[in-house]
Design a protein around this ligand. Structure first.
Ligand SMILES: *[C@@H]1O[C@H](CO)[C@@H](O)[C@H](O)[C@H]1NC(C)=O
Ligand SMILES: *[C@@H]1O[C@H](CO)[C@@H](O)[C@H](O)[C@H]1NC(C)=O
Ligand SMILES: *[C@@H]1O[C@H](CO)[C@@H](O)[C@H](O)[C@H]1NC(C)=O
Ligand SMILES: *[C@@H]1O[C@H](CO)[C@@H](O)[C@H](O)[C@H]1NC(C)=O
Length: 233
């Protein structure tokens, strides 16, 4: 029994630095990707400065209707950090053709639209023309930050277009999306649980092994002193 306790302590001691290493590693990864993200955001900002012509306080043009579809995703699930696609349909019931210049979207807190969580990437088109009484569909692929907590957020999507040389914009979507944790990545907790599980299995194996050894030893002694017993066993 003493042996077992010593063994258990040794196992814990062995396992604890391992756990800490696992923790540190995931921490380090987090930080490096956080830096990447910040750098990424800065480069996004510089891109957005070119897009300032598409970033104005615009109204929608009469006769332009929009629809928005999340293909094969009626629950509007958006895995954090992964690309999600939605389709933006534009119908031109106006008198002149419409030139589509871009699509942009932002993520907001559902209970306060003034609180902007993230500006999503702008998708630019080279004035894609839609003649009168026709419609066109544009795919918009976006990824919300991998650091968003899972839960409900509001997505507001705009399509910016040009009618007779004047820019307009329409809101094609203003509603809830459900941000979910992206699969595949091991969290710190699961690493901890897996290590703990392996440690317990190892301990169980060692215990079983020591029991078998003890029993065979006892049996050997018994059969040594009482050879008759051997016949019964
Ligand atoms: C945007 O336009 C509306 C009216 O079209 C105006 O009331 C509002 O103040 C404008 N907002 C900004 C930020 O310019
Ligand atoms: C975009 O297309 C519309 C309609 O086809 C046209 O009136 C407008 O001049 C074009 N704008 C640019 C910047 O090319
Ligand atoms: C998002 O874009 C808006 C303008 O479209 C800008 O005013 C705001 O500062 C941007 N926010 C972030 C966090 O980049
Ligand atoms: C989106 O909807 C919310 C609430 O329904 C509203 O407060 C907000 O002004 C809307 N945003 C736009 C751009 O229409």
């Amino acid at each position: 029994m003493m042996n077992l306790r010593v063994l258990f302590l040794a196992l814990l001691l062995l396992a604890s630095p391992l756990l800490q290493v696992a923790r540190c590693q995931s921490d380090a990864e987090d930080h490096s990707s956080l830096v990447d993200d910040i750098i990424g955001e800065h480069s996004d900002d510089s891109v957005e400065e070119d897009d300032q012509d598409l970033d104005m306080n615009l109204t929608s043009a009469p006769g332009v209707e929009t629809v928005c579809v999340f293909p094969k995703n009626s629950a509007k699930l958006v895995p954090a950090g992964e690309e999600t696609e939605l389709l933006v349909g534009l119908k031109n019931d106006g008198k002149t053709s419409v030139g589509v210049m871009g699509i942009r979207a932002s993520v907001h807190l559902p209970y306060d639209h003034k609180l902007l969580v993230q500006n999503l990437t702008m998708l630019r088109f080279n004035n894609a023309s839609i003649p009168t009484s026709l419609q066109a569909t544009f795919p918009y692929i976006f990824a919300v930050s991998q650091y968003l907590q899972p839960g409900a957020f509001d997505l507001v999507g705009y399509v910016i277009y040009d009618v007779e040389g004047k820019p307009y914009q329409s809101v094609f979507y203003n509603g809830t999306i459900e941000v979910v944790e992206s699969g595949g990545l091991l969290s710190g907790e699961s690493v901890f649980l897996i290590t703990l599980g392996i440690g317990l299995l190892l301990l169980l194996g060692l215990w079983a092994y020591s029991q078998v050894q003890r029993l065979t030893k006892v049996n050997n002694w018994i059969s040594f002193f009482f050879p008759v017993n051997h016949l019964y066993s």
